[in-house]
Design a binder for this molecule. Structure first.
Ligand SMILES: NC(=O)c1ccc[n+]([C@@H]2O[C@H](COP(=O)([O-])OP(=O)(O)OC[C@H]3O[C@@H](n4cnc5c(N)ncnc54)[C@H](OP(=O)(O)O)[C@@H]3O)[C@@H](O)[C@H]2O)c1
Length: 232
């Protein structure tokens, strides 16, 4: 797809990967709606800031009505509460699902008709290596990113005949606020954003952004005892 003639909307565009994706699309000539819960925090010149809380149906509807020309939707907004499925606060487990799964789904349901009416385009969901592999300490987040991966697979098939290509991006660690307290290798969000834009331009269905994600993806073929060697 030609990004320079596209109009993109990026959720969670005020910081982290969302900001990097917004800058990358802008540099490739796209028109970009930078959607954020607080659009005053959007600091990139040349973008169109727009208010959007993906967990608030009224906000999703308002953003859909305020646009009209979107052809590329990037579902980047996400949270990780650090919820443990057995011992964590059930409200946090629900929040992870409400944002990463239900929020993403709500935005897709609202914007897909707009993209189709504009002649088709693309949707990119920001997933994770943890869509494929669970760390029990982050069980709620892993479950939500797995669910978001599954919705990506369903919607890819369902929206193909409307001319909408649905892609998923899998990444391990990135250097953003979300991983501030975590150790381990972290990619620069700008590098991941470049790969994401290349993938969109090339029509990729699956963008695997780093070695950790590639390892986990390959490891799935080995079955659960290979992925979780701590199992008795
Ligand atoms: N960092 C990593 O290592 C990593 C790895 C794999 C995948 N990811 C995924 O990458 C995406 C971006 O994460 P990040 O690392 O850039 O995290 P981040 O720096 O914490 O940024 C999260 C963004 O999501 C927004 N957001 C959260 N809830 C929202 C809501 N209800 N409505 C609208 N916006 C909302 C935040 O807005 P506010 O500023 O208003 O809170 C912020 O802009 C997420 O989907 C995450 O799961 C991250």
């Amino acid at each position: 797809m030609n990004l320079s003639t596209s109009t993109a909307l990026v959720t969670g565009a005020n910081r982290g990967l969302g900001r990097a994706l917004t800058a990358e699309l802008l540099s490739r000539g796209a028109t970009v709606y930078a959607a954020a819960r607080n659009p005053d925090q959007v600091d990139l010149p040349g973008v169109k800031p727009i208010a959007l809380d993906i967990t608030d149906p009224a906000s999703v509807t308002a953003a859909t009505k305020a646009t009209g020309d979107v052809t590329v939707l990037i579902n980047n907004a996400g949270i990780s509460t650090g919820g443990n499925l057995l011992t964590g606060d059930p409200d946090n487990i629900r929040r992870d699902m409400d944002t990463n799964f239900y929020g993403t789904l709500s935005v897709v349901r609202s914007f897909a008709p707009q993209i189709a009416a504009n002649g088709g385009g693309a949707i990119l969901n920001i997933l994770s290596a943890l869509s494929w592999f669970s760390f029990p300490e982050l069980g709620a987040y892993c479950a939500a990113k797995s669910a978001q991966w599954s919705l990506t697979n369903s919607l890819r098939v369902q929206l193909a005949d409307q001319g909408i290509r649905v892609a998923g991006l899998h990444v391990g660690g990135m250097d953003t606020d979300m991983t501030r307290d975590l150790d381990g290798p972290k990619s620069a969000p700008a590098d991941v954003a470049r790969l994401a834009a290349d993938g969109l331009a090339n029509g990729a269905y699956e963008i695997v952004a780093d070695d950790i994600s590639r390892q986990v993806q390959g490891g799935l073929a080995g079955g659960v005892t290979a992925l979780y060697p701590q199992l008795p």
